[in-house]
Design a protein around this ligand. Structure first.
Ligand SMILES: [Zn+2]
Length: 232
């Protein structure tokens, strides 16, 4: 099992770690700052360096039993198990993911409908809603801008499976249920705005979302509306 340092501090850009093994062309570490793909957010990219070499990391995924696999570029040299390494993410890319991710939470807080899907990338992100009503893009933009301007603090805390079961209204995402069975679930809280299970990386405050604009609002089927978010 890899210790996921990004869960407690999304602003960590690098860490020291030890190689515990290799899985095909992926490096498995005892701890990492690399976010592993999940919840619509892409895995991190970056580099893993050691005395004798450097590997370019092109993606990060979960493997078996909670291990995190750092997928290397083709032809990379690989450090053997036991090697002390330094792991560093492509911070500019990740920070855009954090701005996007937090921005999607704000869209979800303004549009109080079930979320049926979502996807994050550096350039464009989207959130899908189970709704038939038309979306007023101008009003949505004004409402989200107000939440960004309010610069509300964003934080995470853990609750037990039992506590979550007692509050089913916390689960807004209908397509993705939070992982259960680990005994606890991670909650994302945007003060006064949003509270829901989420395992992604977020900003410290909504003001850091910065300049954005709402892109196309698409009708994807009778019961589905898709909202696109862009960063400026
Ligand atoms: Zn989130």
């Amino acid at each position: 099992m890899t210790e996921a340092l990004f869960r407690d501090d999304a602003y960590l850009k690098n860490c020291d770690a030890t190689v515990v093994g290799l899985a095909d062309n992926a490096i498995v570490l005892d701890r990492t700052v690399f976010y592993a793909m999940g919840g619509g957010q892409p895995g991190d990219t970056g580099t893993i360096s050691w005395d004798a070499g450097t590997a370019e990391i092109v993606d990060t995924r979960y493997g078996e039993n909670g291990e995190i696999r750092h997928l290397t570029a083709e032809g990379s040299s690989l450090p053997p198990a036991g090697t002390a390494v330094s792991a560093e993410i492509d911070w500019d890319r990740r920070y855009r993911h954090m701005r996007m991710h937090t921005g999607l939470h704000l869209i979800g807080a303004v549009l109080q409908y079930g979320v049926t899907g979502g996807s994050i990338s550096e350039q464009k992100s989207r959130l899908d809603f189970d709704m038939q009503d038309p979306i007023d893009k101008e009003k949505l933009t004004v409402d989200i801008q107000a939440l960004v301007d309010a610069d509300k603090p964003v934080s995470c805390r853990w609750i037990s499976d039992e506590e979550l079961e007692a509050q089913p209204e916390l689960v807004r995402t209908m397509s993705v249920q939070p992982p259960k069975g680990a005994g606890k679930v991670r909650l994302l809280e945007i003060q006064d705005i949003d509270l829901q299970p989420c395992g992604g990386t977020h900003l410290r405050s909504t003001g850091e979302v910065g300049a954005f604009h709402i892109g196309k609002v698409e009708k994807k089927g009778k019961h589905n509306r898709r909202v696109n978010l862009h960063l400026d």
